[in-house]
Design a protein around this ligand. Structure first.
Ligand SMILES: *Cc1c(COP(=O)(O)O)cnc(C)c1O
Length: 484
């Protein structure tokens, strides 16, 4: 075979990668039918599913022979979608729920199918503007000035990494300074912050775990004293990591007073609002988050409180030049990006560790446009009220005790059995609730005790679902608490 014959043979083999309109339609229809079937079955499915088939890799292995879309979907049904947590369920109350709005998935589908290159304005001016307008909108909602810039990252952990690198840049911390620098957190700070410090090469920096007050919020006086002591010892305090909605309890650190302390000592105030940030969209949430506008950087996960499928965490930096300085980069193969006229908005790649990335803005833009922001405002206010509703009712049930009143939409509680070890009992209670399958919740350790927590955040979780949760929890507790 000569080269031309080989090219022709390869071309015909390569055609397997291409689809015409009928080919696309057949596959899209099959996928659609699969998804609709999933939604039709969801109400009957346990929120936590056990299926041993998902523990084998059998048909998942990559092979030379092609299979049809129906066969591929059968494999997914059997080996992927048969087991684990159904986080699209309105009765998923574990960790931080969101539900995953279908219109968000459609945004991803559109973005991937058309494949705009959103990282660079020259490549996709409209996509860049769309994403920019989302960031501007969110910056205004949180009360940041027009100097703010941000990035649409894959999640909160990467968004946090960007914030840390921007803060480091702003504070001009060089490698040899690191061991003398100090960051201030609490033990409820999400681990993504210490992980980000480690990834950013800052793991030698000293961490102070500031005590919590009686409401599980960072103790501001203790923070102030700790900074003073470190200063006096010749160290370089630089970063305060506050939480607006801790993952364990949903507690909100006292931002206005933290901002005062950070300003007094010229520290960078980073706010982890991955979970709680979306509550800014309703008036009551805005009151509870007051002071967030005084932070230097923050993260918000739309794949939590804006109900998107997994895959979007936003970082905002009040003085956007810190983010730009941290991530701006150019190379010869990017030279034609320059000089496209005065109308340029920013290139996302200059504010992000990423260059090529999905057109993530569409997954948020489409749901906001289709439902209107008002529906989101209503949904987050509803969740705040549902958490209070649950808190009042679970407390009133005989045998149950609760953690702090919810600052946002997470309620911690446990059951005190007539006899036996309460930790062991609550572990068994968690397992019984999980195996019951009507709801799913998760657990944490509070003051050393095994504690259940109900997090209410999915867009389609309503009062009836919370009532089911109350019913299941009480039923299982009574069933287990038979005494000795
Ligand atoms: C979920 C969460 C994170 C981490 O976000 P990922 O998207 O999972 O990386 C950080 N902080 C808080 C408070 C969270 O709830």
């Amino acid at each position: 075979m000569n080269a031309l014959e080989r090219i022709a043979a390869l071309e015909s083999a390569t055609r397997a990668l291409e689809l015409d309109a009928d080919g696309r339609a057949a596959r899209t229809d099959a996928v659609r039918a699969y998804i609709e079937n999933w939604f039709a079955q969801l109400p009957e499915k346990p929120v936590f599913m056990h299926d041993e088939r998902a523990r084998s890799t059998g048909s998942l292995a990559i092979e030379e022979t092609p299979i049809g879309i129906d066969k591929a979907l059968d494999i997914l049904a059997e080996q992927v979608d048969s087991s684990g947590q159904n986080i699209t369920s309105p009765r998923f109350f574990g960790y931080i729920p969101s539900g995953g709005m279908y219109t968000g998935a459609l945004g991803d589908y559109l973005a991937a199918a058309i494949n705009r290159y959103a990282g660079v304005e020259f490549a996709a001016p409209g996509a860049a503007r769309l994403e920019n307008s989302l960031l501007t909108w969110l910056a205004r909602e949180v009360g940041y000035p027009d100097t703010a810039r941000g990035d649409l990252a894959s999640g909160g952990s990467i968004a946090t990494l960007s914030a840390v690198v921007a803060a480091r840049k702003h504070h001009d911390i060089r490698a040899r300074d690191v061991e003398n620098t100090v960051v201030y957190l609490t033990h409820l700070t999400h681990h993504c912050l210490t992980k980000a410090l480690r990834v950013a090469g800052l793991d030698e920096c000293r961490t102070r775990l500031i005590p919590l007050d009686e409401n599980y919020r960072m103790d501001v006086a203790a923070l102030d004293a700790s900074i003073d002591a470190d200063r006096a010892a010749g160290l370089r305090p630089w970063l305060v990591g506050a939480s607006v909605g801790t993952t364990d309890l949903g507690t909100v650190d006292p931002l206005p007073r933290l901002a005062d302390v950070a300003a007094k000592h010229r520290l960078w105030l980073h706010v982890d609002a991955a979970y709680g940030g979306a509550f800014i969209l309703c008036d009551e949430g805005r009151r509870r988050l007051a002071g967030i506008e005084r932070s230097d950087s923050l993260i918000i996960n739309p794949h939590k409180g804006m109900f998107l499928p997994t895959g979007l965490g936003i970082v905002l930096v009040r003085d956007g030049s810190a983010l730009l300085e941290a991530f701006h980069a150019r190379a010869s193969y990017m030279q034609d990006m320059e000089g496209m006229g005065a109308e340029r908005v920013h290139d996302a790649c200059d504010f992000s560790p990423e260059l090529t990335r999905p057109f993530r803005g569409l997954r948020l833009w489409l749901p906001l446009k289709l439902a209107g922001v008002g529906a989101f405002r209503a949904a987050v206010e509803e969740k705040l009220l549902l958490a209070e509703y649950f808190y009042d009712r679970i407390r009133a049930l005989e045998g149950f005790v609760t953690g702090p009143p919810p600052d946002l939409s997470i309620v911690a509680f446990r059951y005190l059995p007539k006899s036996g070890d309460p930790d062991d009992f609550n572990r068994r209670l968690f397992e019984a609730i999980r195996d019951d399958g009507r709801i799913f919740l998760s657990t944490t350790t509070l003051n050393g005790g095994f504690t259940l927590r109900l997090a209410i955040l999915a867009y389609h979780t309503h009062r009836a679902d919370v009532d089911v949760a109350l019913q299941v929890i009480e039923e299982q507790a009574r069933r287990l608490d038979v005494g000795d």
